[in-house]
Design a protein. Sequence first.
Length: 674
Amino acid sequence: MPTKRSLLLVAVVVTVTAVLAGLILYGTAAGDSGLRDALAAAPRSDTAVTVRTTITSQTFPAIDRAVRAEAAKAFGATPVTVALTLQSDNYSLPGHEKRRKPHRLRFDTVDGLREHARLVSGAWPNAGADPVEAAISQTASGYTGLTTGREFTTQGRIDGKPVRVRITGTYVADDPYNGRWDRDRMVAYGVERDYFTTFGPLIVERDTFLSRFATTVNAAWEITPGLAGTDPGELEAVAARVAGLRASLGRSGCAECTPFSALPATLTRLGEEAAGVRRTVFGLAAGLALAALVLVAGLRGGSRARPLLAAVLAVAVAGVAGYTILDLRGDVTERASLEAGAGLRLTGPPDSPVLGPLGRGTAFAALPGVAEAAPGYRGQIDIDNQYVTLLAIDADHLASIYPLGDPPVDELRKGRPAQEGFPIPGTPETITVKQGTEDPLRVVLSDGLGVWRDVPVAGGRVELAALRGEKGTITYPLSVHGFLADRPDAATRSAAVTELAADGQALSPPADLLVPRDQNPFAAPVTPPAATPLPVVLTSGLAASLKVKPGQVATIRLERTPTPVKVAAVVPALPGAPAGRQAMLADWPTMQARDLAAGLTPMPATDWWLDNGAVPELPDVTAVSPELVANRLAADPLRVTLRSALTLALIGALLLPLAALAQAAKSRVRPPRV
């Protein structure tokens, strides 16, 4: 008849064997197959290849064949999806043909846009039509007045040739601020501003583009691999062929083709993470096995010492497993807060027809649980020939909604102008403007939440209803910040606004506010519009590349324009910026005032930063919160494997001390033999 000691021995052996078998399975799962699963779950930006070059209508067919063929060779049996983007030279906005600094239009072909965008009005364009058929982004349509059904003639800035165009539809990209549109940022923003202001993209069919717009223009192929079915042993070979893609494209006749890909680096990083998981799991398994062997030896020998030693070893294993579980959870929490950048961040097209540019914020601020809401800009900018993320947020809100520890609020606010706008009393529906000339004029307004918007003055009036959208509500009071003049030629001079009224009530803003800023100067300004350095917070990598330190004043090229900045702080990373991307933080009102002084249109409110709140079910809105990001990070295959292995090791390590203590207690109470 089996003794209690033998039954305990069997139970320990069976339990430990099961736990060790599970740990070995988890450790193996973190090998090649785990690496493959992690690659399959990685974002597009970590695994895709982008090939860029310039093409003409004559060179495009051969280059297109070469890129697709070499991409297929590089990935071997791995299936790939190739998305082509073609971007035209710049064309003048109608009425700007003779200006030294005209507003411009750009025509694109973007594969996949129809599947990842919706039409607000009209239809998608057809090929071969005369006039050329094009669909325009809603944001660009709102700025330019090029609405569905409009026909116009535009002139190429390079070749000077006129093109007759008809707008067939207006579209909004689905989730425009995700990584899908990194290959064509204008799809997300509708406008690009550097020395010039360019609107678009106006989408045309590929055949139309190649026949009408393919002078020497930019082309990009985004090659996205489906890595879920790739043989694990083939991954390194694929990464090596991707790393050598430039040379293979050169041999195929495209010496100017330049490929970019994070896949080799991603494979290295995930390989190191997978190796770390395996080391952790197998280390825990070894410690657990040692504790079990010591316990079994103690049970067989009847000694009290060895079960106690086994308990100590098992508790040590449990401590390591428990600490790692907590550390893993803390890492997810920290990364989620950093990526979200707020308790709740909402993104989407700033010109949604449902809520409108001045109606969105009111709806967001009224969400359950929201105590504070601030608009801001989040997008890519060119700083000294490198693309970085610009975060522009009202510094007054940083301490309460932005997880940066102790943000330098006072330093960031020092760049603001003394006059921050002229408040309009009441809740007006109409603004009337009288001016000294008939030049096109735009009034720059902001609402009570801090959203800036420029609105064309039509017939001396500005109707505010369109700004709130179909179902939105404007948050008052409004403020006037100034006017933008659009002179037709160098001979005219923009006259000051002579009268300003809101719903018939005369307003008396400061005289300098009534002098329009020239959107299209015909001579370069003698001095920059803002001599005060722009206070900024930089990520450490960006500060290092610019060779600047905290407190230093330096001149950088911001969107190709020399700009003095003062470095208020340098931080490892900025919340809300994409992981691994260098970034710059500035005060939103300061940036807007500087742009107005330079004759630029205001930055749109691409993102709303909320202290908290429930995720809304609103059209054209994408929500990002620490909870949503944490759920995504927690679903990472390698994290799931490690977390499951740690939990199993913790359970096994806690069972062994119980068995050891039970044996020790039994030995202690056993009566002496006579």
